[in-house]
Write a protein that binds this ligand. Structure first.
Ligand SMILES: C=C1C[C@]23C[C@@]1(O)CC[C@H]2[C@@]12CC[C@H](O)[C@@](C)(C(=O)O1)[C@H]2[C@@H]3C(=O)O
Ligand code: AKG
Ligand code: FE2
Length: 333
């Protein structure tokens, strides 16, 4: 449970929506991974939105429900217990505070690395149940979701007519891949309804810095994506599907052809939301640059940098900052 000393709106950011955010279920691209023709739809979705929903994804329901119930069990522990796995520096339990630079939201979370070298010491002992079982549930889920993410990345490489089909997926498959896994819990916030047309922020607007993010939530709404015109649209929840975000690194590798999507989560006044997100990232030493085969006749829009450099810079930024700006080449006038 989140415990507050003052009313929620004095702690958190309220976003004013002049009119209720539209829900456009039909406009969110839907990709059926069992259909080979999905390739072209995928490319279009990454160009137009940087966001889409996948069905027939092959992730066993059992892995999803097992991990979700373990996550719920963890989040329902007394705060003093959960805090034994805190602070998130960067991995561990976090509550209201997101990142090191003052961002806050109506959320509590567990942030974990997917690295096999990571031992759950100090974290798992405080996870509220058998640490080995928890670790297994995370590993089963993450391996399966990573496989799906790699399939999507290979379809994308194909769709872009890149010869090396695994040009993106190999970065997630690399032993040194710097990928992250996050469990978020947004408790219901009854005050959120009384905020005079405003909405309490659960997770503030941002783009994900990695290559690709795979998000699954329970059946509670809250996720919104920003369209190119700046309008926010609500994403209807669907616990049987996955939502995919293009991350900043994939935007750079495609020289801006694919767009990393700005998104946020609003607190729900009645229901609690639980989400599980896999952030597929490259090894720290990997150079993030537009692929030469996508650049025929084009100049790179970005300066050269490694994932380590980008991550270091991202972790100095606020959630809502446009982190890529610092890495853009200034266009010659
Ligand atoms: C404020 C921050 C939190 C964040 C690191 C950052 O400095 C900027 C990006 C944030 C983000 C967004 C996507 C993922 O949830 C995350 C784990 C990531 O890699 O970048 C978070 C970071 C975090 O919560 O530590
Ligand atoms: O919890 C969610 O649904 C999304 C959270 C998110 O965008 C993130 O953790 O980067
Ligand atoms: Fe995100």
């Amino acid at each position: 449970m989140l415990v507050l000393s003052k009313p929620a709106d004095e702690h958190f950011c309220i976003v004013k929506a002049s009119k209720p955010s539209p829900i456009f279920p039909d406009s969110i691209p839907l990709i059926d991974l069992s259909k080979p023709a999905s390739k072209n739809l995928l490319i279009k979705a990454c160009q137009d939105f940087g966001f889409f929903k996948v069905i027939n994804h092959g992730v066993p329901t059992e892995f999803i429900s097992k991990l979700e119930s373990k996550a719920m069990k963890f989040f329902s522990l007394p705060l003093s217990e959960k805090e034994k796995a805190a602070p998130p520096d960067p991995f561990g339990y976090g509550n209201k505070s997101i990142g090191p630079n003052g961002d806050v939201g109506w959320v509590e979370y567990l942030l974990l690395t997917t690295s096999p070298q990571f031992n759950y010491h100090g974290l798992a002992t405080n996870i509220g149940e058998n640490p080995e079982k928890f670790r297994c549930a995370v590993n089963d889920y993450v391996s399966s979701v990573k496989k799906m993410a790699c399939e999507i990345l290979e379809l994308l490489a194909d769709g872009l007519k890149i010869q090396q089909r695994n040009v993106f997926s190999k970065l997630l498959m690399d032993e040194q891949s710097d990928s992250v896994f996050r469990l978020n819990h947004y408790p219901p916030c009854p005050e959120s309804q009384e905020l005079n047309g405003g909405n309490l922020i659960g997770f503030g607007e941002h783009t994900d810095p990695q290559i690709i993010s795979v998000l699954r939530s329970n059946n509670t709404s809250g996720l919104q994506i920003s369209l190119r015109d700046g309008n926010w649209i609500s994403v209807p929840p669907d616990q049987n599907s996955f939502f995919i975000n293009v991350g900043d690194s994939l935007q750079v590798m495609t020289n801006g052809r694919f767009k990393s999507v700005r998104h946020r989560v609003l607190a729900n006044s009645l229901k609690s939301r639980v989400s599980m997100i896999y952030f597929g990232g490259p090894p720290l030493s990997e150079k993030i640059a537009p692929l030469p085969s996508l650049m025929q006749g084009e100049d790179s829009l970005y300066k050269e940098f490694t994932w380590f450099e980008y991550k270091k810079s991202a972790y100095k930024s606020r959630l809502a900052d446009n982190r890529l700006v610092l890495f853009e080449k200034i266009a010659a006038s």
